[in-house]
Design a protein around this ligand. Structure first.
Ligand SMILES: [Zn+2]
Length: 526
């Protein structure tokens, strides 16, 4: 008998598995972890398939090596997982070994030697409870999510920050069928569930669900494949779903709504009234009140607002412009906006307006936000990390200081990021809390729809834009990354690839794409 084995070690990327002979005395099964000779080493591998004949006739039988030993009798991967990983390797054009390593606890020969006590057989129970997989973007969100599932009696937490021994113990408990709920981040999608009934994905729009290393998988895409293999149901809980997700899976999405009051403030009007500060006069009034307030800043180091003293034109820019884009005058103001400059500005204003002392200090910023108790009437300046902090403080008022860096951009995802920022700000406010949005584009559709929580209208307008631009879901986007050490060589290969692609693929309608792209943004990104 012969086995195809995915060898868990560095190897040539074009070979998926190797053929080994199964010694007569070994009872090898598919999914088992085995040790195999490989060059001068003895790495571990997973048995992919077993057959009475050699599949690949290229190999000469006299060169064939034998499987050295079985490390675990109980297969580590369930049959649906083997199918899933084969599919992943093909779908993502990734070496099989990368897919297996992304899915399993890191059980290479070295870690096995260090964790000798792990080497025991998995106790499989004949009876498995119905299993539900609950995924969240970051492990910080696991405790609050756990609290939403009082039914979970015998749950397991599984993620990449567990120690190897903990991870392996969790893996075994899930596989034994005794765990009813599995809570985890992206990697938990690969939990070996013998009786998977439901996959619940929280905040599916979050970028954390996309793997940043080969096989570069997308969690929802993998979940859909698992659903097809196991008949498990998918449920998405999200307040700002991605356009493509909503388009494809609308009926599986549970939308979250928030009872928050929102107010959009035009910073252009502020400038025309002579207020050049990033703090609007309305916000100045809010800062006077005794309340807990969050000033949220989308980090962009050099960005800021410009005002032309000559023609009074003003707008938000990614970088300091050399002159007014309208009248070309160089007589312009430019206020850089980042956490430090905003904090200085708030300090200046609270001092100038002679605020009551309790409203003045302490003034926290990101650097000092760790630890320490939260007091009332605190002004907090934060970036997007605030959405991932384990214990989110409830604020009375949240202010989106300048969402404009996400507008005016020819970037497919920036509009979705804007919608999710605004939704995330609502999420950290209590019922009837206040959200203030200060912007140079008060009439922007996405701003208005996200402020009012009108997802349907936002979705319809975005879908229409995407139809015009031939963007997903109306087309597939493929990102090609060319890596190497020689910059010139890479550039040359990139240009060659580009011209090859250009001559083989006929663009749907390049003129439309360019025109529509210019219409929306790229105005100030040059
Ligand atoms: Zn001007």
């Amino acid at each position: 008998m012969y086995a195809q084995v995915v060898v868990l070690t560095y190897q040539s990327p074009d070979i998926d598995s190797y053929t080994y002979e199964i010694p007569k005395e070994l009872k090898v099964e598919v999914g088992q972890l085995v040790e195999v000779p490989f060059g001068k080493r003895n790495p571990t591998g997973i048995v992919l398939s077993i057959s009475p004949e050699i599949r690949n006739s290229k190999f000469e039988i006299r060169n064939l090596k034998k499987i050295s030993k079985i490390i675990f009798n109980q297969p580590l991967l369930l049959p649906y997982q083997i199918e899933l990983l084969k599919w992943m390797s093909e779908y993502y054009m990734a070496p099989m070994v990368n897919c297996f390593e992304a899915a399993m606890p890191p059980l290479n020969a070295k870690s096995l030697k260090l964790n000798a006590k792990l080497v025991s057989s998995v106790q499989l129970s004949a009876f498995s409870v119905q299993q539900t997989l609950v995924l969240v973007p970051t492990i910080n969100q696991i405790p609050e999510t756990l609290a939403k599932f009082p039914r979970a009696k015998n749950y397991v937490v599984y993620h990449n920050e567990l120690k190897l021994s903990e991870k392996f113990a969790a893996w075994q408990k899930i596989q034994s069928g005794k765990a009813d709920y599995i809570f985890g981040s992206r990697s938990a999608i690969f939990s070996p569930c013998p009786n998977l009934k439901e996959i619940i994905i929280y905040d599916e729009h979050d970028g954390a669900y996309k793997d940043e290393r080969s096989p570069y998988f997308d969690t929802l895409t993998v979940a859909q494949k698992i659903s097809a293999l196991t008949k498990a149901q998918i449920k998405i809980v999200d307040a700002s779903p991605k356009i493509t997700t909503y388009f494809q899976l609308k009926s599986y999405i549970k939308m979250q709504m928030f009872g928050v009051n929102t107010k959009i403030i035009s910073m252009r009007d502020e400038k025309l009234r002579g207020n050049f500060s990033p703090i609007s006069s309305h916000l100045q009034e809010e800062l006077r009140k005794k309340q807990h307030i969050l000033l949220f800043l989308n980090k962009k180091k050099e960005s800021g607002s410009m005002f032309c003293k000559n023609c009074k034109f003003n707008d938000y820019f990614e970088k300091h412009p050399e002159h007014c884009p309208k009248c070309k005058s160089q007589d312009i103001y430019f206020n850089v906006l980042n956490v430090d400059s905003l904090r200085a500005e708030v300090k200046k204003i609270t001092k100038r307006l002679a605020f009551p002392p309790e409203a003045r200090l302490p003034l926290r910023s990101e650097a000092s936000a760790k630890g320490g108790s939260v007091q009332r009437s605190e002004i907090d300046i934060q970036t997007a990390t605030v959405f991932y902090s384990p214990k989110i403080n409830k604020y009375d008022t949240a202010v989106y200081i300048q969402p404009d860096s996400l507008l005016n951009r020819a970037d497919l995802e920036s509009v979705e990021t804007l919608y999710s920022h605004i939704t995330n700000l609502k999420k950290i406010l209590p019922e009837n809390g206040t959200l203030i949005i200060q912007t140079y584009n008060p009439d922007d559709e996405t701003l208005k729809y996200s402020a009012s929580g009108n997802y349907d209208s936002y979705f319809k307008s975005q879908l229409e834009n995407r139809r015009l631009l031939s963007y997903p879901p109306f087309a597939l986007l493929v990102k090609l990354t060319i890596k190497g050490k020689d910059k010139e060589k890479i550039g040359e290969i990139a240009r060659k690839t580009f011209s090859n692609l250009n001559s083989t693929i006929q663009p749907a309608s390049p003129a439309t794409c360019v025109d529509a792209g210019a219409k929306r943004g790229e105005r100030f990104n040059n």
